[in-house]
Design a protein around this ligand. Sequence first.
Ligand code: SF4
Length: 697
Amino acid sequence: MNAATVDTHCPYCALQCGMGLRPAGPGLQVVERTDFPVNRGALCGKGRTAPELLAPGARLTTPLVRDPATGALEPATWDTALDRVADGLRRTGEAHGRDAVGVFGGGGLTNEKAYTLGKFARVALGTSQIDYNGRFCMSSAAAAHGKAFGLDRGLPFPLDDVARTGCVILVGSNLAETMPPALRYLTELRENGGKLIVVDPRRTRTAEQADLHLAPRPGTDLALALGLLHLVVAQGRTDEEFIEARTSGWEEARAAAMAHWPEMVERITGVPLPQLREAVSLFCDAESSMVLTARGPEQQSKGTDTVGAWINLCLATGRAGRELSGYGCLTGQGNGQGGREHGQKADQLPGYRKLDDPAARRHVAEVWDVDPDSLPGPGRSAYELLEALGGDVRALLLMGSNPVVSAPRAAHVEERIRSLDFLAVADVVLSETAALADVVLPVAQWAEETGTTTNLEGRVLLRRRALDPPPGVRTDLEVLSGLAARLGREKGFPTAPEEVFDELRRASAGGPADYSGITYRRIAEEDGVFWPCPEATGPEEAAHPGTPRLFLDRFATPDGRARFVPVTHRPAAEETDDAYPVVLTTGRVLAQYQSGAQTRRVAELNAAAPGPFVELHPRLAERLGIADGERVAVVSRRGRAVAPARVTGAIRPDTVFMPFHWPGEGRANSLTNPALDPTSRMPEFKVCAVRVERAEA
Ligand code: SF4
């Protein structure tokens, strides 16, 4: 590569900050890209230090194959490793049926990889058993989006609109730690005279910025949203003209909200009534307002209904489908948006098409040059797939995920993974899950390969290759192509990212997430292109400009109206009792990312956040006789985790918090509850019942 700076994007979260990469010695130096509109040059420590993991010493550079004699993973050639994987997958399919082979993907994979992985499962393996870790991340918001608006795109407007609206209710998001460069939109909002309401059981760094902080008991966000809507109706602050002109289903949703008396909501949530009233005033007094949700309300066994309740609040007050107003979900993973659009979900074909839609099957089968009837039907959701491992799913190909740390009820999931007949993992590092594999395939990283991601705004971006991968490393596309060839599919699995993207464009054409008018050249020239962006149908037609703002004229439902969804509060799947009297909630810290497989290997990040902790209120600590810094055990019905106590008044006295980035004795997901939302199949990471005790007890 030449010595010029290459414009690209961070490998981590869904903000997909723009950055430049410049050769520096044997590695790369990160430089600011102040012209990129989303982060305007700002980066958090994770982005700044991302090149550290590119060094050969920090990552895998040779395939590893488990030696049956010693049980150890040993270096192998690529041919040996790929032969072994193809053999393991083929033999399992032949012996137990095609659905005995599973595929598990990730929300960090580029669009090209997610697309190819879905195609690989359905065409090369012929299995229905594919899903991905994005199911754990924002599937409840996606489901609620679909129900209400007929289309799922995290934010239906650019982030820049957040700074210019009148009031934002931010629910269950700690932007100051998860994506710090985005915090400036909230700062600018307040500088412009707008109001910020933060809903979070913890007084986080983000909550400290708020005009109003509501701290509900975990698992009660649904009641909170219903209580606010009740007050809106009672105070006559609904927008009847908007409801009449642009929505359907209001009467049922209204009746459901009116059953949630504010006093009852105060009792359920623990949020004082005056604060509920103040929130309604701030939200309705502003000329425009938004609700933004993240994992807090979404990672619940009623996450879809909870998001639906917040959407109902927006619709009832006319805060949707208008400039500077609306509901949005702050997607978490690097390609959390694109990763859920192009076919690695159990029920999905590219372009956000449905696998059980005959027309969608015909369209995609034609692009793939296969018989539509040969495509399998929908498979299981992520946790259900992990549960089936070692049962009727006996071999697994895993790419871009580390469920041993990140899945709920992780010890059980680890046991299921260990019980597989065959496991192959493609990863950058020897993650906790890769360490259990029969074959580990070392793959290229963000800066070593070109590909597109779609950020939390629905803006399709181009990550460019800035240096060659080290010898011994291949790209995920090369891995899938090599495996497909060994499974009898010599054609149809190209390795050039742009060639894959061009096929993805055709596969998505006419679908809900239509990328057909987006090209690598356009993305580069326009700082990203917002989908939907259909291709011009003739030489005379101007290129579609992309769609930064959705729903301004009509919603994406058949009649163009947004749909209210009647929802009612229900408790968490697991309530506290005498044996487990405290609520556990989990989340992230500034210096680590998701399962920590990458960030735990970066010295600066590890020094800033070296291990797990248990955050608890001084009153709870005193009652349990626990001192700050003392090792405590948190015990749930699923397991036990041990970590130092961090005593702080910034959390509710009935709640403890643990970050989930670490394996071993401090693994927070040893405790979490895999109870699933009935619609999105999202596990209830955010609330379960635990007891807390001194570790020696
Ligand atoms: Fe990377 Fe997210 Fe940090 Fe931006 S905020 S630098 S995208 S981790």
